[in-house]
Design a protein around this ligand. Structure first.
Ligand SMILES: Cc1cc2nc3c(=O)[nH]c(=O)nc-3n(C[C@H](O)[C@H](O)[C@H](O)COP(=O)(O)O)c2cc1C
Length: 197
């Protein structure tokens, strides 16, 4: 084993160690609205569940050039966003939305995605996802170079075709995850281990 002190490492090398080790990472495609009403969309893999009661998710968004990314700025401004699960069918379009566009341009339009109205929040989602969650910002933690955002899910939208007796079938969801660099992974082997009683 090699012992590595993160303090002696470059920021880039620490980033590469983290994104190479913590795999596979689920990917949230997040839509937000700018102050001018532009529908913004971008993918984030520093994403997970933080609570199921109430349902809450986390996103961590790095600063770009010392400033908030558009997604973080919009969420901090109007406290609402929609999280979509990235899957085999939408990952190509979602990759297009990761382009660093100026705030007045919509990545959703660029990628040819279809806005879908939300029920409880003003921010629309997109139709190109089998799962989407309307979220409201509950907690904001300002980290040195990151915005950590915790949102409460106030509404789920699930495509009925992926449901089996009210549960999501992973083979039908076909979620994809992020590895390092430009690499992604599908769901591989699924195996079962009984928990000890
Ligand atoms: C699959 C994927 C995952 C990403 N994950 C993150 C992430 O977790 N945090 C982050 O700050 N940027 C992440 N990015 C980069 C952002 O999507 C990118 O900076 C985007 O342009 C931000 O858009 P915005 O400025 O409209 O918010 C990821 C990009 C891709 C393609």
């Amino acid at each position: 084993m090699i012992a590595i002190d993160p303090v002696q490492n470059t920021e880039r090398d620490n980033y590469k160690l983290l994104i190479g080790s913590i795999i596979p990472r689920p990917i949230a495609f997040v839509t937000t609205l700018s102050g001018d009403g532009v529908l913004n969309g971008a993918p984030f893999s520093f994403f997970n569940i933080v609570s199921s009661n109430p349902p809450m998710i986390s996103l961590s968004i790095q600063h770009a050039g010392g400033r908030h990314k558009d997604t973080a700025r919009n969420i901090l401004h109007n406290k609402e966003f929609v999280v979509h699960i990235v899957d085999r069918q939408n990952v190509g379009q979602i990759n297009i939305t990761a382009a660093p566009l100026p705030p007045e341009h919509s990545e959703i339009a660029l990628a040819g995605m279809t806005p879908a109205d939300s029920l409880l929040i003003k921010v629309p989602g997109v139709a190109e996802a089998k799962v989407r969650m309307e979220c409201v910002l509950e907690h904001y933690v300002e980290l040195p170079n990151n915005d950590l955002l915790i949102g409460k899910v106030v509404q789920f939208h699930i495509n009925e075709d992926i449901l089996e007796q009210g549960r999501i079938d992973p083979a039908k969801l076909e979620a994809v995850s992020r590895l390092a660099g430009n690499d992604y992974a599908g769901i591989g082997d699924i195996f079962t281990i009984e928990r000890p009683v």
